[in-house]
Ligand binder design. Sequence first.
Ligand SMILES: Cc1ncc(COP(=O)(O)O)c(C=O)c1O
Length: 397
Amino acid sequence: MGANNVLKIKSQIPYGKQQIFSDDVEAVVRVLNSDYLTQGPCIEKFEYAIAQYCQVKYAVAFSSGTAALHGACFAAGVGNGDEVITSPLTFAASANCVLYCGGKPVFADIKSDIPLIDPKQIFLKITDRTKAVIPVDYSGMPADYHEINILVRKHKLIVIADAAHSFGATYKDKKVGSLADMTVFSFHPVKLITTGEGGMVVTNNQKFYERLLLFRNHGITKDPRLLKRKSEGPWYYEMQELGFNYRLTDIQAALGLMQLKKINRFLVRRTEIASVYTNFLKNEINIRSLSVSNDRTSAWHLYPIQLQGKLRNLRKDIVNLLHKRGVMVQIHYIPVHLHPFYHEQFGFKKGDFPNAEAFYEGEISLPIFPKLKTREQFWVLKTLKNVLTSFSSLSKH
Ligand SMILES: Cc1ncc(COP(=O)(O)O)c(C=O)c1O
C-alpha cells in the first residue's frame, strides 16, 4: 500500500467506532497474567455490574449479541412451528435467532413516522401460534414498550427486547433492560460499550435465567438444585438440553467491566453529537432527522437521516460521493424480508412492509461515536451540505 493510500484511509471517518482507554488495556492485561482466561471471576462480576446498571435481577453473558438472541429464544421456549414477531427494519440476527430454534419469524411493519415496530401491526400478526415478540430499539431509541406490553400480556406472549443499539437508553424513566421479559445487548465495537465480540441477556425471571445459563454452556449444569439424577461425585454434571459453547471469555468480560465505567460519558458524548447534527440539519430541506419523543431517551448508537424528495432517488450517488470524500456513512438496514434467503425460503417480496422499505430507501447513517472530534463532526456536516447542494441542483434539471 502506497503512502498516499495510508493518508487517504487515515482521513476517513467511520460511522461508528470503539473508544479504548489505557485502563481498559490494563484490565485486559491483568486477566492475561491471571489464572483464568475464560470461565473465571470476571464473567460474574461483569454480569452483576450489568444487572445492577439495568436494575434487574439477572444477567447472562454470551459470546455475541446474536448468541444472546439465540439464548433468549431458547429460554422463551421457541420451538418448531412457533411464530415470533419482529421488525423488518433490523439486522438479520433479530429474525435469524427464531429460525435457529425451529420457529418462524413473522414481520410487523414499522410506524410511518418513526422506525420502530408498530404495536398495531403486531396486533394484526398475532395468531394462536405466536410465542414471542422481539421489538428492536432501532438506532438506540426504545420501542413502544407500554403498548407492546399491554398487547402481549393479553395474549400471554413473551417479549424479548433486541436492545443491541440501546444499552443505557431509558423509556418512561426506566432503563432499557427492565422493560421486557428478556433484553438482549450487543457489545460489538460499534455499540455503546464493547468487549470486542460479546452480548448479554438481562431478565428478572429466574426460570429464564437458569435456561440461559444452561444454553450458553452446551446445555450442561452442575448446579445441585437442578440435577435430574443423583450426583455421582464432585465431578458430576448433566447435559440436559442441546446447548452451545456461547461463553464470553474473562479477557472480554474484563474489558466490558472497564468500559461500563465509562457508559455515562459515552452516552453524554453521543447525545451531544446527535444534538449538534439535529441543530445544524433542522433547516436543511433535503433531509429529515429522527426526533425522540419526550417519554424516552436514545442511546444514539446511530444517527439516521432521511433524504427528502427527489434526492431519495440519488442516494447511491450521494453515498458514493460521501465515501469518496472520506465520510464513511452506512445504511441501516436493508429490510430483512428483502434478503435473498428470506425471499427464497418464505416468499417475502418488495411491497410487503412498505414503511420499512420506504425508510430504508431514504436512510443514511451519519458518523456518531464518542471519539468523533467536534472539528471532524463539522467537517462531516460541511461535506454533507456540499454533497447535498450539488445533487439538489442536479435533481432540478
Ligand atoms: C439490532 C441488532 N440485533 C442484533 C445484533 C447482533 O449483535 P452481534 O453483532 O453482537 O452478534 C446486531 C448487530 O449489529 C444488531 O444491530
